[in-house]
Design a protein around this ligand. Structure first.
Ligand code: NAD
Length: 420
């Protein structure tokens, strides 16, 4: 049974494995093993009913050797310093693998947004932005959506942040966050970008493995931004969605679900569990679904040494961050299940965030075709880098992905040295 380890300890184990394999210099390994800044803000919010409530928010900046810190904001009761540290580190590896000019960061507020009205959510978001102050900025640290945050939340952050700038500086600060609504400086294609990236990579995996997606089956954990987009884009290939799990429960249909209809239902009812005509199943039965592909797109540490053996699939394509523990990885590897690791597989979101940031800086507006084709090109290059590293080191894909990231960071530290 898995020894209870923190999420950051899981990331550290993953990095250590890759560092050892590639003989990473111990100095650089040491630098990368700790986040640069850990910002914790406790702030009061006056809620709509006049009550004042205290909240705890985090922004952890892991590394900025390659460019400004970049990473999402999560609103969830489980948000804590350790979780955010791990998520921030994953952003450093992800941006490095994708060859983006960014470092890694992550943040969030520990609370359940579902228990608050839209008006209170706006108050909490704006007060958090104020509390973060100059710890974020368009050329310094650029947040984006993550679990339970969306384009609307980004719009409130932008509005608050630019209101805190001198009037002549306001227009120059709109790229302080990405994932904004299109009308407020967002990019077309950002909403679907992470799910689109997952599906581009599944297509490539299918091509390399002579696998026919049109007659394939898959199942998805999490039916929010990433899970629902991935499922809807898989439908375009004719793939059949057999089972879905979200926070409300898990459902199965041997004939397959229509992801568009399921999404409409989920948005209306706040979850998928009572979808008409579906068989309700428990978590273990859900994980044991016999299918070709499993897309985890919810929270971390879902596939462990206890749960990974339940899987009955050919490929795990990680839409979520950190869904597999090191022990879960070992089970997948032993079982010969292919893996598209999170730091590669869900990089579509941060790549299109980068496109949004570039469009804001250049006062440009790209169309969907341009966004999608550039995303495809960048992801395919990242895929090839990981593929080659896996062949060179004869290792699993997660370790190969980390090797790609660590090599890039090593070059930067070698070039620039350490000041003073
Ligand atoms: P979201 O809030 O839109 O959706 C989260 C989904 O997970 C919801 O359907 C929710 O019901 C489900 N969920 C929550 N707890 C669950 C549980 N215990 N069991 C099963 N399902 C559960 O969030 P999202 O943006 O889709 O993010 C999902 C994952 O993808 C996260 O790991 C996130 O870090 C990662 N990710 C997101 C992006 C992005 O662009 N949004 C980019 C890269 C990675």
């Amino acid at each position: 049974m898995t020894e209870k380890r923190s999420l950051y300890e899981n990331v550290t184990l993953q990095v250590d494995k890759a560092a050892k394999m590639m003989s990473l210099d111990s100095d650089i390994h040491q630098i990368l093993s700790k986040p640069t800044n850990e910002i914790v803000v406790n702030f009061p919010v006056k809620l709509a009913d006049g009550r004042i409530e205290m909240f705890t928010g985090y922004r952890i900046q892991h590394n900025n050797a390659l460019g400004p810190y970049k990473g999402g904001l999560r609103f969830h009761p489980s948000v804590n310093r350790d979780e955010v540290k791990a998520l921030a580190a994953w952003m450093t590896w992800k941006t490095a693998i994708a060859n983006l000019p960014y470092g890694g960061a992550k943040g969030g507020i520990q609370f359940d947004p579902k228990s608050y009205s839209a008006e209170d959510l706006e108050r909490i978001t704006r007060r958090f932005t104020y509390a973060l102050g100059e710890n974020i900025g368009p050329e310094y640290d650029i947040p984006a959506p993550d679990v339970n945050t969306n384009a609307q939340i980004m719009a409130w952050i932008v509005d608050t942040f630019v209101s805190m700038q001198a009037p002549h500086q306001r227009q120059a600060n709109f790229h302080v966050v990405t994932g904004k609504p299109i009308e407020s400086g967002g990019s077309v294609g950002r909403d679907k970008a992470t799910g689109q990236g997952v599906v581009f990579l599944i297509e490539r995996w299918a091509e390399d493995n002579h696998f026919d997606l049109s007659s394939s089956t898959f199942f998805v954990q999490g039916f929010g931004n990433v899970g629902s987009w991935a499922a809807r884009l898989m439908k375009g290939h004719g793939a059949k969605l057999l089972a879905v799990e979200d926070a409300s429960g898990a459902i199965f249909n041997r004939m397959g679900f229509d992801p568009d209809a399921l999404l409409a239902y989920s948005l209306q009812h706040g979850g998928i569990a009572s979808y008409p005509g579906a068989e309700q199943i428990d978590h273990q039965t859900f994980l044991a679904t016999q299918a070709d592909i499993f897309i985890p797109a919810a929270l971390e540490s879902q596939l462990t040494d206890e749960t990974a053996p339940l899987l009955n699939v050919r490929l795990v394509a990680e839409g979520a961050n950190g869904p597999t523990t090191p022990e879960g990885d070992a089970v997948l590897f032993e079982a010969g299940i292919d893996l598209l690791p999170d730091v590669l597989c869900n990089a579509g979101g941060v790549i299109v965030s980068y496109f949004e940031w570039l469009q804001n800086k250049r006062a440009e507006f790209w169309d969907l075709e341009e966004v999608d084709s550039k995303l495809h090109k960048m992801l395919m290059s990242a895929y090839l880098r990981v593929y080659k590293a896996a062949a060179e080191f004869d290792c699993d894909w997660r370790t190969a992905a980390y090797i790609v990231a660590l090599r890039r960071l090593r070059m930067v530290y070698k070039n620039r040295g350490i000041f003073p």
